[in-house]
Design a protein around this ligand. Sequence first.
Ligand code: NAD
Length: 428
Amino acid sequence: MADKSFNAFKMAQSQFDNVAEKLDLDQATRDLLRNPIREFHFSIPVKMDDGTVKVFQGFRVQHNDSRGPCKGGIRFHPQETIDTVKALATWMTWKCAVVDIPLGGGKGGVICDPHNLSMREQEQICRGWVRQVVRNVGPLQDVPAPDVMTNAQHMIWMMDEYETLTGAKYPGFITGKPVGMGGSLGRTEATGFGVIYTVREALNELGIDIKKTTAAFQGFGNVSQYAVKLYQEYGGTAVCVSCWDQKESKSYTFIKKSGIDLEQLLGITDKFGGIDKAKAKELGYEVADAEAWIQQDVDILVPAALENQINAETVKKISARVKLVAEGANGPTTPEADEVFTKKNIFVIPDFLANAGGVTCSYFEQVQCNMNYFWTKEEVLSKLDNIMTSAFHAVYGLAKQKKVYMRDAAYMIAVNRVAQACKLRGWV
Ligand code: NAD
C-alpha cells in the first residue's frame, strides 16, 4: 500500500483480462467478472474515549457470489483504499474457485490505525461496521474473517453485534474465532500444511523422493513454521529459514546445512516470527544476509514472508539445482521472474493454490458452526489434505494437457468455474 503508483485493482483486472483472452470468454462475462458485483461504502461514527465523535470510512466488497456466499477478511489500516479491497475481493473469488469450495470472493476494510485506538474504540468500530452492512452479510450471504490488524477478538465483537441485531445465534457469520468459541481446530496449521500437501504431490509427479530433497524457507511465521514442520515429518531436510529483525530493521537467514531443528528454533523465536540472532549463533546456526535463503543449493524454495521477493534481480541468484517453488506468501514472484522459471523449467505451485489451505479451513469453520458440531483436528486436516490434493491435480492436469504454465492453468480453472456458475444461473 506504500507505493502510490501501484494500483492492485488494475493489476487484478489485467490478470483477469489475460485469462479471459485465453479462455475466449464472451464480452458479458468479461464485463461481469472484471468488476465486483456489489460494493458498500459507509461511515461509522464512533464516540471516542475523550468524548468527541470521529467518523471512520468502512467498506465491504463482494466480487462474485455465483458459487456461494462471499468469503474474505476485514482489514484495519490507515492507508486502506477501496481499490486494494476490490483487488483482494477479486483474488478471493479465484482462490475459493481453484480449490473448488462453494464460496465467492469478498473483502472489507476500515480506514483506521489500531495502534492509536483503545480497545473500546476498536470494539465500537467493529460493531459500527456490522450495523452498516447487517442486511448484506451473514452465514448465507457473506462471511467475514480476520486480516491485517484484526484478530479473533474483533471477530467475536462483530459476531456478537450481528447476533444482537438479528436476535439469534449465528456462529457461522464470521470465521477466525478462537477454538471453543466457534473456531476450528487445525486452522493454525492449515496454510503451512496446505503448502506442503501440494509440494508432496508435485514431487510425486516429478518423480522425486521427498526424503532426498532439501528446501529453503523465507519467513518463519505462521505459514513457514507449519510448512517446515510437515516437510520435515515427510523426511525432507529444511536447510534454512529467514526472518525480519525488528531491532535492526533488516532480515537475516539462519542456515544449518544438515537441517534446522524446528523445536529448538521455535524456542528462540518471538510471536512475530523473529529469531534471536545471538542465541541462534550459540546453537550453531550460520547467520547470513537477507537474500541467502534464495541462494541456497537446494531442490525446493518456499517463499513464505512477503510479496515481490523473487524478482528480476533476485531470480538470477537461484541455484541451478532448484526444481520447485511453492508460493506460501501472496504474490512473492514478479512476472519477470515467472519468465525465468518458464525458461529454466522450474515447477511453480502458484500462491492462490499453494496457500489456499487457510481459506479452506475457514470454510470448514463455517461449516462446523452452521452444523453446531465440531470435528477433531485429524478430521479437519484429512479433509484439508483431500481438497488441496484434488485442487493440485486439477491444475497440474490442465497445465499438462494444454502445455501451459502452472499459474496460467490455476487462473484458467478458477475463472472458468466462476464463469460457468454465472452462465448456469442465467446471469450472462
Ligand atoms: P507472519 O506475520 O506470521 O510471519 C511472517 C514472517 O516473515 C515472520 O517470520 C517475519 O519475520 C518474516 N519476514 C517479514 N519480512 C521479511 C523479510 N523482508 N525477509 C524475510 N522474512 C521476513 O505471517 P504469515 O501468516 O506466516 O504470512 C506469510 C505470508 O503468507 C503473507 O504473504 C500472507 O499474506 C500469506 N498468507 C498467509 C495465510 C495464513 O493463513 N497465515 C494464508 C494465505 C496467505
